[in-house]
Design a protein around this ligand. Structure first.
Ligand code: UDP
Length: 243
């Protein structure tokens, strides 16, 4: 099964390695590529927001399972996804690749101090990256104008960390304009990459409780996590519908 449908969102059933190979091919070919890393919150939000669902359906070239909840849902639905492929893991790998190949990178999102910290980190540890843009995510301009500013810098890679669905809205504008870059929404990844926020220790990731670690560190996430029981319920309803 190359695609797995979870509540209307079509996930690519590929391993991290397969994604890496395909992305390298598309970067080499300068193909316009829009990657969404979707978790249960994104799936639920798309089910309530038809514009967002349209972006996931018609604009995204790849959708990866960012979250164990999606992988579990795929098993319940009888079409198991190979593995969880997180935005953060793809982002850190792509930054290394960008450094090895001196690619042109545009970063947009997160708080100004986070973007500054990332600029410092790139200058220190990724000095072969051509950083063609580094903007925080608290701008007032509309997305069309911001997209135009990004296009003018002719990036190879664009990462947007604005939260969903805003980051996907911005990247969908660039994808529709056929910007020949690989583009990905990365949520809170800039915060972690900058060192301002710690990712869960490996053990929490291994036992699939990274979400719980993030909740403990940031209790205000509880409100958005309230959607998870609805997700589980909807997945079982969807399974019933298929039987
Ligand atoms: N953010 C932003 N502009 C906004 C709202 C949020 O740049 O108007 C950033 C925020 O600083 C954070 C990221 O978007 O770096 C979203 O993080 P979140 O934890 O929501 O992402 P997740 O990884 O959970 O999808």
């Amino acid at each position: 099964m190359t695609k797995v449908n979870v509540l209307g969102v079509s996930f690519d059933n590929k391993s991290f390695n397969q994604f890496q190979n395909e992305f390298v091919g598309r970067i080499n070919a300068h193909q316009s590529t829009f990657i969404v890393t979707a978790n249960p919150e994104i799936v639920m939000s798309a089910n309530e927001n038809p514009e967002f669902m349209k972006i996931l359906t018609y604009d995204a070239d790849y959708i990866t399972a960012d979250g164990i909840g999606i992988v579990k849902a795929s098993r319940i639905l009888g079409e198991p996804l190979k593995e969880r492929v997180t935005g953060y893991d793809l982002f850190s790998w792509l930054m290394k690749l960008a450094n090895e190949r001196s690619l042109r990178v545009y970063l947009i999102g997160a708080r100004p101090e986070v973007i500054h910290a990332i600029q410092g980190k790139i200058a220190r540890d990724y000095s072969d990256i051509q950083l063609v843009g580094a903007e925080d995510g608290y701008f007032k301009e509309d997305l069309e104008l911001v997209a135009y500013q990004i296009e003018r810098t002719e990036p190879d890679l664009v990462f947007a960390a604005l939260g969903s669905p805003r980051q996907e809205q911005l990247l969908s504008v660039l994808r529709r304009n056929l910007l020949p870059a690989l583009m990905m929404g990365v949520g809170g990844s800039f915060d972690v990459f900058s060192g301002k926020v710690k990712r869960a220790p490996q053990i929490w990731q291994t036992i699939h409780l990274e979400w719980f670690y993030r909740l403990l560190k940031n209790p205000s996430r509880l409100k958005r996590m309230m959607v998870l029981p609805h997700f589980v319920h909807a997945v079982y309803q969807s399974k019933k519908g298929k039987e």
